[in-house]
Ligand binder design. Structure first.
Ligand code: GLC
Length: 565
């Protein structure tokens, strides 16, 4: 948005044929358990997704990213993989994936799988073998088994804490004569971390990538992508630094060695036809996070990394502007596009976050308390934020359900909470299930067409969602769904939104004004007085329902404008 980004502007007509699809795609994230249940067990599945592909295509997405579907005990919703080459029976079969790919490709949709290389499930044959094996064995060398400290090795090997709460070490049962060892896990104890110093681990994952690429997968979202390599000797985290990140370099985030892994993965992806992509979940929170992230998208590494700055930013002009400017500048230095994300399966949905007193993504401590939510306010802001998101150059990620304006379900009964964070935090942090409630497709009462009538869904749906079903919004021109569809249609068709140029232009206090090609502007009134639609502009789309094109743009609303003919 400064001179650097403006200079990157390319005339659309020349750039179009050479621009790979992923530089400007809209990717629709499907949390499989919660999307659509075809077999009637209350859990979403691949056949359910397959049946809704035309709906996703009509919405205007270019690709679908599907959260893990592998065989798993589901300790962490499938982020605990027991077999990387098979589908969990709850979700279907490999044949279902083949059919899904065929249908998606026929519709022009790409399918991105989710790969989980930092850890396996404790049920993975490798880990079972490791538990049964002696300290120092080859089977243990695939994971991070270490002797404990102190007398009898009773103290964990270092001070690392788990992101889900508690220590990052669990003591394994004793085998042989030596004291029992400990194994490391950044997440749940049932998600033991692999040791990426092991050639066997590296080769196994390269073979897994090939397996899915051969099947026709168009790319991978890489889970915990910055965490695979741990510092030599597994040193303590410096005092005062939290398990996630805390302003200092960590012994497990973004270690130099991780980049070599992705260079080799990139060579594999490039060996396949059709622009296969690699997207890293890289989420540093340090002040230099933009530069750190950009290192992952150098030309021979990943295609994209997630940029969670907008998802984390408060509804505030400066915060939002910085969340746009800083990643654009950092990625421009390596020639990579930026990804934009407002929500996902790990964080409160926009309607909820923007409807609370504190609109930044909640910290761990904040997650332990419940917060009053003004859903109407949150919805107005979520509508404005959607127009902002979709006006930005680069790749936009949509989390299924945001196009319906779903809020989180904050009052899930304790006994249905499935997120391991709940238990690991000693039942103080309710975790992420509130944004994972099964989608309401149709009808007046749960299961709202998600499952066949009468079936209980894996998380209960609120009765209040009767007003938010996809079918109900279908013919309502003022619905969130109608707004997303209109914006996505314009994003595809309007030449002003095709290039990579973005410029911040002067605007009244509290208002953000961004300009794309051909004078197309996105005006977002975040906290200002109502702002007049500039003379000589034509309104393409506005987020505030019921307003006439020429009405001043109120607070918490956005508009797309183009120069009047
Ligand atoms: C990522 C996933 C999250 C999961 C964690 C461990 O952050 O998005 O859902 O719990 O990794 O795999």
């Amino acid at each position: 948005m400064d001179a650097t980004t403006a200079d990157r502007s390319t005339p659309v007509a020349e750039a179009a044929p050479a621009v790979p699809w992923w530089r400007h795609a809209v990717v629709y994230q499907v949390y499989l358990r919660s999307f659509a249940d075809a077999d009637g067990d209350g859990i979403g599945d691949i056949a359910g997704l397959r049946a809704r592909l035309p709906w996703i295509s009509d919405l205007g997405a270019d690709a679908v990213w599907v959260n893990p579907w592998y065989r798993s005990p589901m300790v962490d919703g499938g982020y605990d993989v027991a077999d990387y080459r098979d589908i969990d029976p709850r979700f279907g079969t490999l044949d279902d994936v083949r059919s899904l790919l065929a249908d998606a490709h026929a519709l022009g949709l790409r399918v991105i799988a989710d790969i989980v290389p930092n850890h396996t499930s404790a049920e993975h044959p490798w880990f079972r073998e490791a538990l049964a094996a002696e300290p120092g064995s080859a089977a243990r060398a695939r994971y991070l088994f270490r002797d404990g400290r102190g007398p009898g090795g009773d103290e964990p090997p270092n001070n690392w804490l788990s992101i889900f709460g508690g220590r990052a070490w669990t003591r394994a049962p004793r085998t042989g004569d030596r004291p029992a060892q400990w194994y490391e896990h950044l997440f749940d104890p049932r998600q033991p971390d692999l040791d990426w110093a092991s050639t066997e681990v590296r080769e196994a994952f390269e073979a897994i990538l090939r397996f899915w690429f051969d099947l026709g997968i168009d790319g991978f979202r890489i889970d915990v992508a910055q965490g695979l390599v741990k510092a030599d000797g597994l040193p303590d985290v410096p005092p005062g630094v939290g398990p996630w990140v805390g302003g200092l370099s960590h012994p497990y985030w973004g270690q130099d060695g991780v980049h070599g892994i992705y260079r080799s993965w990139r060579r594999i992806a490039d060996g396949y036809p059709g622009d296969r992509v690699l997207i890293g979940e890289v989420a540093p929170t340090e002040d230099d996070r933009h530069a750190r992230r950009a290192r992952f998208v150098r030309p021979d590494e990943l295609h994209q990394v997630f940029n969670f700055d907008l998802l984390a930013a408060a509804w505030d002009v400066d915060a939002v502007a910085t969340a746009i400017e800083a990643p654009l500048a950092a990625n421009a230095s390596v020639g990579a596009p930026v990804t934009w994300v407002l929500g996902n399966h790990d964080t409160p949905r926009q309607v909820t976050r923007y409807g609370r007193a504190s609109t930044a993504a909640p910290s761990r401590e904040e997650q332990a308390r419940s917060h009053p939510t003004d859903v109407a306010l949150g919805t107005r802001r979520a509508r404005a934020a959607a127009l902002l998101l979709l006006a930005l150059p680069g790749c936009a990620y949509l989390y299924a359900g945001e196009e319906l304006g779903l809020p989180d379900m904050d009052d899930l009964p304790d006994h249905v909470i499935d997120d391991p964070v709940w238990r690991r935090s000693g039942f103080t942090i309710r975790g992420r299930d509130g944004c994972r409630v099964p989608l309401p497709w149709s009808g007046d009462a749960p299961p709202f067409g998600f499952s066949p009538p009468g079936v209980g869904t894996w998380l209960p749906q609120p009765a209040a969602w009767a007003g938010l079903t996809a079918a109900g919004q279908e013919h309502d021109a003022l619905s969130m769904l109608a707004l997303y569809r209109a914006a996505l249609r314009l994003r595809r068709a309007h030449p002003g939104l095709a290039g990579e140029r973005l410029l911040r232009v002067p605007a009244p206090d509290g208002v953000l004004a961004l300009e794309r090609d051909a004078g197309l502007r996105c005006l977002v009134n975040i906290a200002g007085e109502p702002v007049a639609i500039p003379a000589g502009s034509r309104v393409l789309l506005r987020s505030d329902t019921g307003a006439a094109d020429g009405d001043p743009l109120p607070r918490d609303a956005a508009a797309w404008l183009e120069p009047a003919p």
